[in-house]
Design a protein around this ligand. Structure first.
Ligand code: MN
Length: 254
């Protein structure tokens, strides 16, 4: 089984090392093609206005001067001799729950794999304490990564679908199990906005991710992770709102 690893935190991110340890439990045929720099929040963006550079670190380890989507495209079009059987993206430093998935470079890299018809899984480690930098603990991902991935490497994946896995901010022994849950919803409009003045006297603004509310009690990934479980959420790239199709068609009918 050939596995492609990527992420949005960059080729040097601690979570990518954690993912490599997890993946090596399943295969020796591991390839890493990841962004050269952190791309968190890049979503599914594709670099079109400047060239992309490829840097080889060793025989099966490459970085790309672009987004997570660029990295997966380069892996599939240039780097790997044959398509991988699986694309794993992560382990992200921080949650990709609820509406995070549309902003997430981690999830977008898995989306790119899914678009190419490859089994694709995004993995993220939730943390609570801000300001830890690279010291964010990956205990739950380390302890539960193989248990979360095992069934997903066997399960059928529908075309243009992927799976999003999040690990709770707990020691591995404290994690209660694995739950399959639907995508929840955040209220990004009410998140933190940090304001300051730069050294040259100009105002700046910085989007914070703490303080983003969600409505609990709906049995989504957001609540399940709060209850101490690893969450497994199947996602689809077809964003069509089925229920609105007929209603809107009626409004355009002559
Ligand atoms: Mn990230």
């Amino acid at each position: 089984m050939r596995i492609l690893l990527t992420n949005d935190d960059g080729i040097h991110a601690p979570g990518l090392k954690v993912l490599e340890e997890i993946a090596r439990g399943f295969s020796d045929d591991i390839w890493v093609v990841a962004p050269a720099e952190e791309q968190s929040g890049a979503g599914h963006s594709l670099t079109l206005t400047r060239p992309v550079r490829l840097h080889q670190h060793d025989a099966r380890r490459f970085s790309v001067s672009g987004t997570p989507t660029d990295a997966v495209m380069m892996a599939l079009r240039k780097v790997l001799p044959q398509a991988p059987d699986v694309v794993l993206s992560g382990v992200n430093r921080g949650a990709n729950l609820g509406d995070d998935v549309t902003y997430s470079g981690t999830v977008a890299a898995a989306m790119e794999g899914a678009l190419a018809g490859i089994r694709a899984i995004a993995l993220s480690q939730v943390y609570h304490t801000e300001g830890l930098g690279d010291a964010v603990p990956f205990d739950a991902a380390r302890g539960w990564g193989a248990r979360a991935l095992g069934p997903l490497l066997q399960a059928p994946f529908a075309p243009r679908s992927l799976v999003n896995v999040n690990f709770p901010p707990l020691a591995a022994e404290a994690v209660r199990g694995i739950r399959v849950a639907r995508q929840g919803f955040h209220d990004y409009a009410r998140g933190a906005l940090v304001e300051g003045v730069d050294p040259r006297g100009y105002a700046y603004f910085w989007f914070g991710l703490h303080g983003i509310a969600h409505t609990s009690g709906h049995a989504t990934d957001l609540e399940v992770i709060d209850d101490g479980y690893v969450t497994v959420t199947p996602l689809q790239l077809d964003l069509t709102h089925e229920a609105a199709l007929a209603e809107l068609a009626g409004r355009y009918a002559a």
